[in-house]
Design a protein around this ligand. Structure first.
Ligand code: BGC
Length: 618
């Protein structure tokens, strides 16, 4: 009886604290310090002592959900974690229901294992829960960098966490705390800024937002700072096959590497980040995923990181042709969990042999598993009284107007006004006729960019609930205002004003490396056609980085860099029509020509088209 009352009392306390959290979760205190992960060691130790070598290695093994030959492999290999990479969708499609069912289906398998240690499920929720139809899609990090608003970035993280947890998933491979130094890199938009100090501030905010004040809260999402280290500092042409930058070699002395590329990790660790992903790239010819100096000496020993390291997707394979040897090198360097989408059986068997042969010491395995279990204890996953299945009550707020409102605010604050001749902006909602044009004016997929529904992203109307710029303009104008549209900018004559939305098409990772960042001919033509109509022209650019825009910029009366804003196009019209003043400041230097790239603030002879920090207002 007493016991039952105690249980009831505990339930009541939990319910009250959950309500308090719900009421305050949009304003997590930036000052609050999370519990150190090592404080869970007293709980980890007795569990570790019961585990067989196989059970330990299972915790270190992360297959991809659709890479598993058979879901009973979860039991057979004591799998501790699974992932869905960019295109690893549920068989039934990308609905909220399908994702939640997938999570539950996999999680249920751990109930049949001896120790019943739940699975950690990881996805790339990089700008909202971007794999799921109807999720709110936030601006990519490059745009958030222009907001300079850490409190807002934290709020974005909180909402992302809530939408991801609605599907049961507990882990995102985010934030990317790269400091991209060369905008030809296809992942430039995943980082907040070229400036390590800005990356530090916003990396801290993102981790706090995603993880909340306490990882044990059911609305907290485990974060992963990536890609450690120097992913944004590779030398052009050093990537595989001599092409581009992605996964290439970062050729810097240790002092420079630390100064430019380490601050984001220092901040993330201070904010309590539970996981870090070592990068595909090399540092002076040595793969980061193979470097004991980087993983063990700097991260774990010097910076005191107590969480665990997850390898990048098949990154271990790149260390050596001999897979077993590669595994030994990486684990001994300090890798704790292998992201081994399809080779998990081999990884499991090879690592077991490496331990039995004495190549990988048992102490290294125990350290890795301790780190993984710390995180699981910290997240309340080991609490036998707590269901590890998805809390479907959270579906109610998924993609909600309240969540969209925060994304709209983020879009609004991320816009950088580069030119505003004759005060063309703000425009009037009562204009007689506005002509809208351009390849990106009515394309939600292009507005969201890569890592949206598909790994590489895709053009078109790919997710419900979003608003394109064209739709947002139609919504904002007065009843008497006519809004006309032509993709190529023809037919604008007689309009009061023209708005052309141009820029890049979606891409992710190496597919986005470009040696030339000029605009497409169709975009240049669309601006010219509008200009030829003799009306004031406002150009909006959607892109994952600054582009070489000189001709379009000259022709434009006003020019707005809008980055990859996501689903909430009304954040753009908020500024175009003057309900809010533009506030964004460039998070990257904007070059005059390709010959100026790479270019960074603080360099001698720094002479960009627009300097880092530039941005006009009304
Ligand atoms: C990317 C990571 C990502 C992982 C899992 C890799 O290709 O480099 O950023 O987290 O895939 O999808």
């Amino acid at each position: 009886m007493i016991h039952r009352n105690l249980v009831r009392l505990a339930a009541l306390v939990c319910a009250v604290s959950a309500c308090l959290f719900l009421a305050s979760h949009h304003a997590t205190s930036a000052a609050s310090q999370p519990k150190p992960l090592s404080s869970f060691d007293a709980q980890v130790k007795p569990l570790l002592a019961q585990m067989t070598l196989e059970e330990k290695i299972g915790q270190m093994t992360q297959p991809e959900q659709d890479g598993m030959k058979d879901l009973s492999d979860i039991e057979k290999y004591f799998v501790g974690s699974v992932l869905s990479g960019g295109s690893s969708d549920p068989k039934e499609g990308n609905s909220l229901q399908a994702w939640t069912d997938l999570y539950d289906r996999l999680q249920q398998h751990t109930a049949a294992t001896r120790l019943r240690i739940p699975l950690l499920y990881g996805v790339d929720a990089l700008h909202g829960h971007n794999n799921v139809l109807g999720a709110v899609i936030f601006p990519h990090n490059i745009g958030l960098g222009c907001t300079r608003n850490a409190a807002l970035v934290e709020k974005v993280g909180r909402i992302t966490a809530e939408e991801v947890r609605a599907t049961g998933i507990q882990w995102t491979f985010a934030p990317c705390v790269a400091a991209p130094q060369d905008i030809r890199w296809g992942r430039t938009y995943e980082g907040f800024s070229e400036d390590p100090e800005l990356v530090r501030q916003l990396g801290d905010a993102a981790v706090r937002g995603l993880q909340g004040a306490d990882l044990a809260n059911p609305l907290s999402l485990l974060a992963c700072a990536k890609h450690y280290i120097g992913d944004g500092g590779t030398t052009f042409g050093s990537a595989r096959g001599g092409r581009g930058l992605d996964q290439g070699d970062t050729r810097l002395d240790e002092g420079t590497l630390r100064r430019i590329h380490l601050p984001g990790y220092i901040a993330a660790i201070k904010a309590g980040v539970g996981t870090i992903m070592p990068s595909y790239n090399s540092w002076n010819g040595v793969k980061c995923s193979a470097s004991k100096r980087l993983l063990t000496e700097i991260l774990k020993q010097e910076l005191g990181f107590e969480g665990f390291l997850i390898s990048d997707y098949n990154a271990i394979d790149q260390i050596d042709r001999d897979y077993k040897k590669a595994i030994g090198i990486s684990i001994n360097a300090g890798m704790d969990m292998g992201m081994v989408p399809t080779r998990y059986r081999e990884f499991f068997a090879d690592l077991k042999q490496l331990v039995e042969e004495g190549t990988v010491p048992m102490s290294r395995i125990d350290d890795a598993v301790t780190r993984i279990l710390r995180v699981k204890f910290a997240m309340g996953m080991m609490d036998k009284n707590r269901s590890q299945l998805a809390d479907r009550k959270l579906h109610k707020s998924f993609g909600s107007p309240e969540h969209r409102q925060v994304a709209r605010e983020a879009v609004r604050e991320s816009l950088v006004l580069l030119k505003n001749q004759n005060k063309v902006l703000p425009m009037k909602k009562t204009a007689t006729r506005i002509h809208v044009a351009g390849s990106n004016a009515d394309d939600l997929g292009n507005q969201c960019g890569g890592w949206t529904i598909d790994w590489q992203g895709k053009s078109g109307d790919m997710t419900p609930g979003g608003t394109t710029v064209l739709a947002a303009i139609k919504k904002a104008v007065s009843k008497g205002t006519q809004v006309t549209f032509s993709k190529d900018g023809t037919g604008a004559a007689g309009a009061t004003l023209g708005v052309v939305v141009i820029g890049e098409k979606p891409y992710a990772e190496f597919d986005g490396d470009r040696a030339d960042l000029k605009l497409s001919q169709a975009d240049v033509d669309a601006v010219s056609h509008m200009k030829a109509a003799g009306i004031p022209v406002v150009v909006i650019l959607f892109s994952g980085r600054p582009m070489i825009v000189n001709d379009a910029l000259d022709k434009a009366d006003a020019f707005v860099a809008a980055w990859l804003p996501g689903t909430e196009g009304e954040g753009i019209t908020d500024v175009l029509f003057g309900d809010y003043k533009p506030k964004g400041k460039l998070s990257h230097s904007w070059p005059r020509s390709m010959a100026q790239i790479p270019i960074h603030k603080g360099e001698k002879d720094y002479d960009p088209l627009f300097a880092f920090g530039y941005g006009l207002s009304y």
